[in-house]
Design a protein around this ligand. Structure first.
Ligand SMILES: C[C@H](CCC(=O)NCCS(=O)(=O)O)[C@H]1CC[C@H]2[C@@H]3[C@H](O)C[C@@H]4C[C@H](O)CC[C@]4(C)[C@H]3C[C@H](O)[C@]12C
Length: 326
C-alpha cells in the first residue's frame, strides 16, 4: 500500500509513503535540464525542466516513482492493481507515451497542473513496458502544484481526471469511490463530541480524542484514505521549513506500516520502505526510510542543473542515532 498527500504552509509540500515488500534499489535522482531524455515513440529531448524524485535507475534512465520539477509540479504513482488499464493500439491523433515514461513526459514539459491536464488530453498511454524484466506498473497518480491537486486514473472506460479537494491518495478502490466513502466519516471531529445519542443518558467524554472515535486505523487502502485525510485536513503547524516538513512526516506517519502487520505472502510483509516530502517551490526532496528516522534532504539547486548526466543519491538506511552523552 502507499499513501500520498499534499500540504500547504507558506510553501507547498507533497510526498508519499512507498509501502512494499521489497525495494527495487531506490535512489533520489536529479535529472538536470540537458540530460538527453529518450522517449519510446518520440525524439530524445535535449532541453527540458529539471526534475528531482525517487527512481530506480536502469541503464542511466530514471524510472521515477514520484518526482517534482523546477516549476513546482509534483507527481506520485501509487498502485492501482486490477483497475489500471493502458492502451494496446498506437494513436494517430495523440502523442503515444509508454507507461513508464508518464512522469518524465509530464514533468519535463509542464509548468503547472493546468498544463498537465491539457497535455494528458493529448496523450495516449501505451501498455509498453521498459523491459521484459520490468512489466508495466499498474498505477494511478496524485498530481499537484500549489494551485490545484488532481487524481489521474487510466481505466478500461478511459482516462479520468478528478479534482482532488482532499489532497490525498491511497490505492484501490478508484478515487470517486474513495471520496464517496468519506460520507461515512462526516461526524468525526478533533473537538470533543456532544451527547446527541440521548440527552437523558448520563454520557460523558471520559477521554480526550473522542471526537474521532470511528476513524479507521487498519492498513487497508480505504481506511488509510480516511485516516490520512482526517490527519492532513486538521494538521496545524508553523510556517518554517523545519516545522512544515516535521508536520508533513507526522501526517504520513499516521498511515505508517510496521513489519509484521500486513502479510502479502507466507513470511513476507509489506512495510513503509520510505516516506518522502518535497518542497515544491524550493526543489528539495526529503526522505526517511524504514530504518532511518532521521530526515535526509537533497537540494536540486545544489547541483549543476545545466548538466547532461543524472545525479543519484542512494538512500541512507540504518538508524542515525544522536547520542547525548558518552
Ligand atoms: C510498488 C510501488 C507501489 C507501492 C504501492 O502502491 N503499494 C501498494 C500495494 S497494494 O496496492 O496495496 O497491494 C510502485 C510505485 C512506482 C513503481 C515503479 C515505477 O512505476 C517505475 C518502474 C516502472 C516499471 O514498469 C516497473 C518497475 C518500476 C520500478 C515500478 C515498480 C513498482 O511498481 C513501483 C515502485
Amino acid at each position: 500500500m502507499c499513501t500520498a498527500a499534499t500540504y500547504q504552509t507558506s510553501d507547498f509540500y507533497m510526498g508519499r509513503t512507498l509501502d512494499y515488500e521489497f525495494s527495487y534499489g531506490d535512489q533520489v535522482t536529479i535529472m538536470p535540464r540537458n540530460y538527453p531524455l529518450p522517449f519510446r515513440y518520440h525524439e530524445t529531448r535535449y532541453n527540458h525542466y529539471a526534475i528531482i524524485g525517487m527512481a530506480y535507475v536502469v541503464n542511466d534512465y530514471p524510472l521515477y516513482y514520484d518526482a517534482v520539477n523546477e516549476k513546482g509540479v509534483g507527481i506520485a504513482g501509487l498502485n492501482f492493481v486490477g483497475n489500471a488499464h493502458y492502451e494496446e493500439e498506437l494513436s494517430e491523433e495523440k502523442a503515444n507515451v509508454a507507461q513508464y515514461e508518464l512522469i518524465p513526459w509530464l514533468l519535463s514539459q509542464c509548468a503547472s497542473v493546468q498544463e498537465v491536464k491539457k497535455l494528458l488530453e493529448q496523450t495516449n498511454l501505451m501498455n509498453t513496458s521498459y523491459s521484459e524484466q520490468l512489466p508495466c506498473a499498474q498505477l494511478h497518480y496524485l498530481i499537484a502544484d500549489k494551485e490545484e491537486t488532481i487524481t489521474v486514473e487510466f481505466m478500461e472506460a478511459g482516462m479520468k481526471i478528478y479534482d482532488n479537494p482532499v489532497g490525498v491518495l491511497t490505492n484501490n478502490p478508484p478515487f470517486d469511490q474513495q471520496m464517496f466513502l468519506m460520507n461515512n466519516y462526516m461526524h468525526l471531529s478533533p473537538k470533543q463530541p456532544q451527547n446527541l445519542f440521548d440527552p437523558s443518558l448520563p454520557l460523558q467524554t471520559y477521554s480526550r480524542g473522542m471526537g474521532s472515535i470511528g476513524l479507521p486505523g487498519d492498513l487497508s487502502s480505504a481506511s488509510r484514505f480516511a485516516k490520512v485525510a482526517f490527519t492532513k485536513l486538521h494538521a496545524i503547524s508553523g510556517d518554517s521549513e523545519k516545522e512544515s516538513i516535521s508536520q508533513f512526516f507526522h501526517i504520513l506517519g499516521s498511515v505508517d506500516q510496521q513489519r509484521g502487520c500486513c502479510e502479502v505472502a507466507e513470511g513476507k510483509y509489506e512495510i513503509t520502505l520510505y516516506t518522502s516530502c518535497w518542497n515544491a517551490q524550493k526543489g528539495i526532496y526529503y526522505y526517511t526510510t524504514y530504518e532511518n528516522h532521521q530526515i535526509t534532504g537533497v537540494d536540486m539547486y545544489a547541483e549543476d542543473l545545466k548538466a547532461e548526466r543524472l545525479i543519484s543519491y542512494p538512500l541512507i538506511t540504518g538508524e542515525q542515532i544522536h547520542w547525548q552523552n558518552g
